[in-house]
Structure formats: structure tokens, C-alpha cells
Design a binder for this molecule. Structure first.
Ligand code: NHR
Ligand code: GAR
Length: 215
């Protein structure tokens, strides 16, 4: 069975969706850069090992990433799953784990990279918004896309109502992407995520089922 560690910074609802999915994955630990992350308590309650690597204890990103890598390497996971993890990782960190770091980003990338994505979507006048699971590369929020889900932007949405709708979609697609990973079905062909059989998964037919309709 493949193994993962989950990196969080806060609430941990994506982490919880992953734990709830009963995936054929060994979840070795949950690591937070914030000691007060609510998700740490949730993980502990479920008997998952937890660990804090506080970014505030480090003067530089390189130093923090070094400590994070040391904590991860003790666990030797196959994959590193960012789930609401809020620290930009250095190229040096990512080079240790090529094609082994995944993230969920609350927008339909390449639209609205960076922070405050729901605010960006509302300000842009977009009528469709969503979430993206992607491999992490040193180009922030631009790694190869594994799966996306779309939700409508409704007339009276504010950041909170839109975020809630997107979050429900996140909770569907992150476990789905990890299931594909666990089953060894995901590969990379240049910058495209492909099914190992050679079929393009993204933006293939299979993913279309994951476009989330909203009443
Ligand atoms: N690191 C790299 N190199 N590449 C990516 O694509 C990454 C990454 C680290 C995290 C998640 C990402 C998101 O989904 C992610 C993708 C944090 C920031 C940020 O600016 C931006 C994007 C993402 C996560 N963080 C501030 C920083 O100075 C801190 C903000 C805070 O602590 O609240 O690191 O959106
Ligand atoms: C999620 O919406 C996730 O996509 C987003 O933060 C939220 C975390 O919620 N991630 C980012 O914005 C990364 N910069 P959670 O802690 O409940 O999973």
C-alpha cells in the first residue's frame, strides 16, 4: 500500500474528507506548521500521528523547509498531500520529492492563483468557479492538473457562500484524486497528468463526471 503524510495549517476539513474516504493508503501522519491548527485535534481523535513544525521558529524559508523535510523523511511517505497548507515551499524542498507533492487549490487553475481566490473570482465577474487538485511544482499553483470541479457563482454570493460551495466540491475531488494515486493510475507525460494505461485522465471523460452540478 502507498503511504502519505498530510500537511495542514488550519481547520483541516479536506484532511478530514481524506480520512473519511477509507482510501487504500497508509496515512502516516498529519503535520501542521501552526501549533493551534484545529485539524491537529481532529487527526489525534482519529488516532493519526501528528507533528508540528512551526514556521515561526525559523528565520528563513530554507530553514523551515529543512525542518519540514526532516520530519517528513522520518516517515518516508510515498506522497505529500497539502490540504489547506499555507506556506509556499522552496524549490529545494520540492526537488527532494519530484512528482510526489499534491495540493488542492480553491479555484479553477490557471485562473486565480495565489490567495483570496473567492474574492478574486467575485471581483472578476466569473460565473463558474471551482477547485483544482494538482501536482506541486516550484511555479506556484501551476503544476500539472489531476482533477477539477466546477461550481456556479450565484447572484447573491459573497466570499463565504462561494467558499462553502467550492469546499463541498473540494471534499469530493481530493479523495477521488488520492484514490487514483493509491491505485497507481496516475502518471505524468511531460506536463500532462495521464492514466498509466496511456489514456489522458485530465481533461478526459472520466473527470467530466466530477463537474459538480448545483441546485
Ligand atoms: N509551494 C510551491 N512551491 N508551489 C505551489 O504550487 C504551492 C506551494 C505551497 C503551497 C498551496 C497554495 C494554494 O493552494 C501551495 C502551493 C500559500 C500561499 C502563500 O502565499 C500561496 C499559495 C498556496 C499556499 N502563503 C503565504 C507565504 O508567505 C503565507 C500565507 C499565510 O500564512 O496565511 O508563504 O493556494
Ligand atoms: C481550502 O479551501 C483549501 O483549498 C484552501 O484553504 C482551505 C483549507 O480548508 N487552500 C488554500 O487556500 C491554499 N492556499 P481546510 O483546512 O478545511 O481543508
Amino acid at each position: 500500500m502507498k503511504s502519505i503524510v498530510i500537511l495542514i495549517s488550519g481547520r483541516g476539513s479536506n484532511m478530514e474528507a481524506i480520512l473519511d474516504a477509507g482510501l487504500p493508503l497508509d496515512i502516516k501522519a498529519v503535520i501542521s506548521n501552526r501549533p493551534d491548527a484545529v485539524g491537529l485535534e481532529t487527526a489525534r481523535r482519529r488516532g493519526i500521528a501528528t507533528c508540528v513544525v512551526a514556521h515561526t521558529a525559523h528565520a528563513s524559508r530554507e530553514s523551515f523547509d529543512g525542518a519540514l523535510a526532516a520530519a517528513i523523511d522520518e516517515l518516508s511517505p510515498d506522497y505529500i498531500v497539502l490540504a489547506g497548507f499555507m506556506r509556499v515551499l522552496t524549490g529545494g524542498f520540492l526537488a527532494r520529492y519530484p512528482q510526489r507533492v499534491l495540493n488542492i487549490h480553491p479555484s479553477l487553475l490557471p485562473a486565480f492563483a495565489g490567495l483570496h481566490t473567492h474574492r478574486q473570482a467575485l471581483a472578476s465577474g466569473a460565473k463558474i468557479h471551482g477547485a483544482t487538485v494538482h501536482f506541486v511544482t516550484s511555479k506556484l499553483d501551476h503544476g500539472p492538473i489531476i482533477v477539477q470541479a466546477a461550481v456556479p457563482v450565484l447572484r447573491n454570493d459573497d466570499e463565504a457562500t462561494l467558499a462553502r460551495r467550492v469546499l463541498a466540491a473540494e471534499h469530493r475531488i481530493y479523495p477521488q484524486a488520492l484514490r487514483w494515486l493509491a491505485e497507481g493510475r496516475i502518471g505524468l507525460d511531460a506536463n500532462d497528468v495521464v492514466e498509466i494505461s496511456g489514456l489522458i485522465v485530465s481533461p478526459g471523460i472520466e473527470n467530466q463526471e466530477l463537474l459538480v452540478p448545483w441546485e
